[in-house]
Ligand binder design. Structure first.
Ligand code: G3P
Ligand code: CA
Length: 243
């Protein structure tokens, strides 16, 4: 099957990560899907942001979980990147889903190290409201959180995010009933790709930002390439299909 090209936090060069403007552009560019990170505000709203601390990407400081949505909305979520994007606000999950709901792949990463109570159920509720169950894959570095997702809704696809080159990650993931491995691209060799497929799981890689690696991983047969540079990866796939 053809490798899917997925925009990491939106994945469009020249646009701030995890913002509505970036997701709109990703759709416009023809991405197969997008990946983004979700957390909970103090008042329990599911919002799209990568870091637990707001300092890097927002005009504020401290932990995201200590702010309500309306407090966060008073800050910019785009100015850190360029003054041009000053008007961008932190998006809610619902706002992002409204933009990306017709994409083939919607990869929601639960950034759940602070253990946001009820995050999994809230995300699943929105997935059902938007009727996008078949397009969604939920990933996390917190595998307990993925187990919670599976308990709440066994048919939703889950991907275990790993950073290090683990011994036998396919067995690890399969035993826990996950549907995919999401590996750092430098740890994805042919053996783990083939073994995951043999066990009926997807093998997806992040974050692939240079052409040689995109070409190599497509040849090796990964299912999804998550990239910060959608244009580059989509063009490589196009050239590959035409050669
Ligand atoms: O989901 C792949 C990738 O996004 C995981 O790393 O830190 O960019 O969320 P991070
Ligand atoms: Ca992520």
């Amino acid at each position: 099957m053809e490798t899917k090209i997925i925009g990491h936090r939106g994945g469009v060069k020249g646009y701030p990560e995890n913002t509505l403007v970036a997701f709109k552009k990703a759709v416009e560019l023809g991405a197969d899907g997008v990946e983004f990170d979700v957390q909970l505000t103090k008042d329990g709203e599911v919002v799209v942001i990568h870091d637990e601390l707001i300092d890097r990407t927002m005009t504020g400081s401290g932990l995201l979980k200590d702010y309500t949505l309306s407090e966060l909305r008073k800050m910019s979520a785009g100015e850190f990147f360029s003054p041009e994007f000053k008007a961008e606000k932190i998006p809610t999950l619902a706002e992002v889903l409204e933009i990306v709901k017709n994409l083939e792949v919607i990869n929601i990463e639960l950034k759940n190290f602070l253990l946001y109570p009820g995050l999994e159920a809230k995300v699943l509720k929105l997935v059902d409201q938007f009727k996008i169950r078949d397009q969604v894959i939920i990933s996390s570095f917190n595998h307990y959180s993925l187990q919670t997702v599976k308990k709440l809704q066994p048919e939703i696809r889950t991907g275990a995010l790993l950073m290090s080159k683990m011994i036998n990650p396919a067995d690890y993931s399969f035993k826990r009933g996950f549907d995919a491995l999401h590996l750092h691209f430098l740890t994805a060799d042919q053996e783990v790709i083939d073994k995951s497929h043999f066990m009926g799981m997807q093998l997806n890689v992040y974050t692939v930002n240079y052409p040689e690696a995109v070409i190599d991983l497509m040849k090796k047969g990964v299912d999804m390439i998550i990239t910060d540079d959608l244009e580059m990866a989509l063009e490589i796939r196009e050239q590959n299909n035409n050669s």
